[in-house]
Design a protein around this ligand. Sequence first.
Ligand SMILES: *[C@@H]1O[C@H](CO)[C@@H](O)[C@H](O)[C@H]1NC(C)=O
Ligand SMILES: *[C@@H]1O[C@H](CO)[C@@H](O)[C@H](O)[C@H]1NC(C)=O
Length: 201
Amino acid sequence: MKTITLFLLAFIFTANSAPAPVLDAHGKKLRAGVKYYVKPAVGDGYIGGLILAQVGNESCPAAVAQSRGIEKGLSLTFTPVNPKEGVIRVSTDVNIKFSGSTRCHESNVWRLKYNEVIKQYAVMVGGVEGNPGPETLDNWFKIEKSIYDGYKFVFCPTVCSYCKVMCTDVNTILTDDSEGQPLVLMNDTYFPFSVIFYSTI
Ligand SMILES: *[C@@H]1O[C@H](CO)[C@@H](O)[C@H](O)[C@H]1NC(C)=O
Ligand SMILES: *[C@@H]1O[C@H](CO)[C@@H](O)[C@H](O)[C@H]1NC(C)=O
């Protein structure tokens, strides 16, 4: 009896110490390396998936943006900072990578970069996967619960203990001169960019 109680306590403790898994639209745990489409939590069909977009007259580097049209966009995969972890959990560092062909001779890995056209920090591609530390800070994102249904992306890397990072949500902005609505660092209390994840299989 005592053993069972201890076992149960240990189980509960372990279960509590890991952040909750991120769930897809069907309530299944998000898995590392599996392809997902990202859809806005509000809206229907495949409206406004994520694409690689040209911003201004600069076709390269390409920015990550929400499509303005009825488009499911590009699928992507998540790779957790802990390579042994098969499940993607909220509030943990992940690399995010678009599937499919690359543009601009750059990797499809998301990274934060200053965008000269829109004059703010935006999510672009060309990042590197893995190797957590100060040099790769800009390549790590987290998924958090949104105040509405679904989740939101945040830039809040914890891969470097001494680096000072201001945690900020990833949101979309309207621009006239972009193929889509670029993803930028911006907190919006009332309208976070809330998304849900659909497995492609
Ligand atoms: C791109 O736009 C910028 C600013 O709008 C302008 O200065 C530059 O000449 C343009 N470049 C090309 C190749 O059109
Ligand atoms: C912005 O959002 C991040 C992540 O959700 C949060 O940690 C931070 O406190 C927010 N900042 C402000 C000024 O609200």
